[in-house]
Design a protein around this ligand. Structure first.
Ligand code: ACM
Length: 687
């Protein structure tokens, strides 16, 4: 067997040396700390084999099995038997130091070294965790070449910038089943995110089985919750991928679902029902009664056993205090204990809860509202209302995480998340010691407007840009490079079973009631959902958990690749850098948009779900025509008349307003063309 492997390795060398060198841009996300390109490539063919040398354990073996399985998926070499082989003749030799901690800890060594030449690859790491990160890098390096699948010769030394790189998924507003979480954990592993923050309880649902307090899930979840066995299953799945699982039980606000079964915990009289709408609600835990703490001691004790991670999130956000204000007993308690404000009362509550969490061996984590000098320095602050609280916490001696700027539900472009660095703003002025307290950050997927069907598309690929911000060196900031690598990684995630791309066409087909969605896609490809919290503000009816998420706004991508590309084309043109191909491509797009209305109208007529996008289709058609006219003026070096310009700008302004909670993302670039055609940019156009 060894001889055979050696022979195959030699064949690989021979084949590789005959291949012309291709200049590589590696599509790695996150970009490793140090990459040195070599020459040549290592073919990934049916003879591919892996050997584990040094330390080994079942987790590492499972990681290698998973690597091989992913490799099969990426190459389609399904029937091939790519079994781990003995050293030293394997294609990939893994040198792993130690297995690491039984329960993954914050700050464990994730570094690795990956060296690939024409005949073999060596992956060395101090821990299994580092090996897993390196295997993900190796998978990302696999590419199609004229001679077969291959990885380029390269030497990579890599380690994360921050030890805490998380993704939070809210499973309360909309329940997200276990299999959907698992595939998203696969996505996390791909981009080296290492903390899954499980937002398990909120006003709209208590989503985990409590055996001590079965009415929590029994009456507070509509039957949509994870059993403790399922929780253990998910934790094991995450652990296998080097991902810690941090549970959040949001209290004392965001807790209506608890009170359906246990109204005695609340600060108001009740009765309570599961909240069906979105927003901030009045119900809050009563922090003044001892039975509250007895209950929390039992519940936290139970959950601290179920969730092995060191950290335990107690929420703490958005308590409006109205139930506290309205309760004379609570007011009397505040006077008695000299608690001057609801913030003081919440700090009193947090302090008591923190003691319970500590008693059960865990470290408390909370949203930035919990930052209060009465709380011990051991707690960790998750900054979401602004970046300053992160620096403020670090200055006061608290460790912190950044989530402000990383809210995926705001439907921002990846570039906007990417530009936000945990060490920027007030954090830029921290001393080295204070900076150490910034542990990293978390992307947050709040689930008011996500379902199991579209949650992947709201997370990916944008979360990968945040993953890079948290892993790669601070100076990795090239937005164009990020986007081109993001496009590639997005395609890779398809093979791993994520549905961010596949759900799009499926949903459009259902919305259209036909498989012929070509004209609908022309429109859908250039619109995005409204941003920030406009979805709530512009809703046609008060949105609830019963509102179907089956509209065009639910199907389209958070970020339109076509619109971004069109912007690049227009910018190149107006900078005088457009090649004839660039211009031809732009004209083809404008033609397509102008003519699309005619093709799309019969489809629109057949679907009640498409009525709301009819005005957008007309706008897109008009924008296409306007863009073509502007290009005509530019081409003829003729200044567009003022009245034409005024009319077109009016039309564009109108086209920029949301319709069906969607934005036409090409309007601003068409506006640039119009302004240039009526301005002084005509001479810039390359002929
Ligand atoms: C939050 O977004 N309320 C933490």
């Amino acid at each position: 067997m060894r001889v055979l492997l050696l022979v195959l390795a030699l064949v690989s060398v021979f084949v590789s040396s005959a291949i012309p060198q291709i200049q590589h841009t590696l599509s790695l996300v996150p970009m490793p700390a140090d990459v040195q390109m070599g020459t040549g490539q290592l073919l990934i063919d049916p003879s591919f084999s892996v050997a584990i040398t040094g330390h080994t354990d079942v987790r590492l073996q499972r990681a290698v099995d998973r690597f091989l399985s992913d490799l099969r998926r990426l190459t389609g070499m399904l029937p091939l038997d790519m079994k781990p082989a003995d050293s030293p003749y394997a294609t990939l030799v893994i040198l792993s130091g130690t297995g690491g901690k039984d329960i993954e800890e914050l700050g464990e060594d994730e570094s690795y070294k990956l060296e690939i030449n024409n005949s073999a690859a060596t992956l060395s790491a101090a821990t299994t965790l580092g090996t897993m990160r390196g295997l993900e890098t190796l998978l990302q390096l696999v590419e199609m070449t004229p001679n077969g699948f291959a990885v380029p010769a390269v030497a990579i030394q890599d380690k994360p910038r921050f030890p805490w790189r998380g993704l939070m998924i809210d499973v309360s507003r909309h329940f997200i089943p276990l299999d959907v979480l698992k595939r998203n954990l696969d996505g996390m592993a791909t981009v080296k995110l290492n903390v899954f923050h499980w937002h398990l309880s909120d006003n709209q649902g208590f989503r985990v089985e409590s055996k001590k307090f079965p009415k929590l899930q029994g009456l507070g979840s509509d039957g949509l919750y994870y059993t403790q066995d399922e929780v253990r299953d998910l934790i094991g799945y995450a652990g296998d991928r080097g991902i810690r699982v941090v549970p959040e039980f949001d209290m004392p606000g965001h807790s209506t679902a608890w009170f359906v079964g246990y109204p005695e915990l609340a600060s108001g009289p009740g009765p309570y029902a599961i909240e069906r709408q979105w927003g901030i609600f009045d119900p809050a835990i009563d922090p003044t009664q001892e039975r509250t703490y007895k209950f929390l001691d039992d519940l936290i004790g139970e959950m601290a056993t179920l969730f092995p991670d060191q950290f335990f999130h107690i929420g703490g956000d958005e308590v409006n205090g109205k139930q506290w204000d309205a309760n004379p007993k609570i007011q009397a308690f505040m006077r008695l204990h000299d608690l001057k404000s609801n913030q003081d009362l919440q700090a009193y509550f947090n302090k008591r809860v923190q003691l319970i969490v500590t008693k059960h061996g865990k470290t408390t984590l909370g949203w930035d509202e919990v930052l209060h000098p009465d709380l011990p320095k051991s707690i960790v602050i998750q900054s979401w209302r602004g970046q300053d609280s992160l620096a403020a916490a670090a200055k006061q001696g608290y460790r912190g995480l950044l989530s402000y700027g990383y809210y995926l539900d705001l439907i921002w472009p990846a570039s906007r998340h990417y530009a936000i660095d945990p060490m920027s703003g007030a954090a830029a002025n921290l001393t080295p010691e204070e900076s150490q307290r910034v542990l990293g950050g978390e992307a947050c997927m709040w689930s008011e407007y996500v379902s199991p069907e579209n949650v992947d598309s709201r997370i990916w690929p944008r979360a990968a840009a945040i993953a890079e911000r948290l892993w790669s060196p601070q100076n990795v900031t090239d937005v164009n490079s990020m986007y081109s690598r993001l496009d590639e990684i997005s395609r890779r995630l398809d093979w791993l079973g994520l549905t961010h791309n596949s759900s799009y066409a499926l949903m459009l087909r259902r919305i259209a009631g036909t498989d012929d969605i070509s004209s609908l896609r022309v429109l859908a490809d250039v619109v995005e959902p409204v941003k920030d919290y406009t979805r709530e503000e512009t809703a046609p009816a008060v949105p609830t958990s019963a509102t179907p998420l089956n509209r065009v706004v639910d199907a389209v991508r958070p970020e339109s690749t076509t619109a971004r590309h069109f912007t690049e084309l227009v910018d190149a043109l107006l900078a005088g850098q457009a090649s004839p191909e660039t211009k031809a491509e732009m004209i083809a797009l404008l033609h397509q948009w102008r003519d699309n209305q005619t093709n799309l109208q019969p489809v629109l007529d057949k679907s009640f779900l498409l009525k709301e996008v009819a005005p957008l289709s007309r706008d897109l058609s008009a924008l296409g025509g306007t863009g073509l006219n502007a290009l005509d003026y530019l081409d003829r070096s003729e200044l567009a008349p003022d009245d034409w310009k005024t009319e077109q700008l009016g039309l564009i302004e109108q086209a920029k307003t949301q319709k069906g909670q969607l934005l036409l993302m090409v309007a601003p670039s068409v506006q640039k063309l119009v302004e240039a055609s009526a301005g002084h940019a005509a001479s810039l156009v390359a002929k």
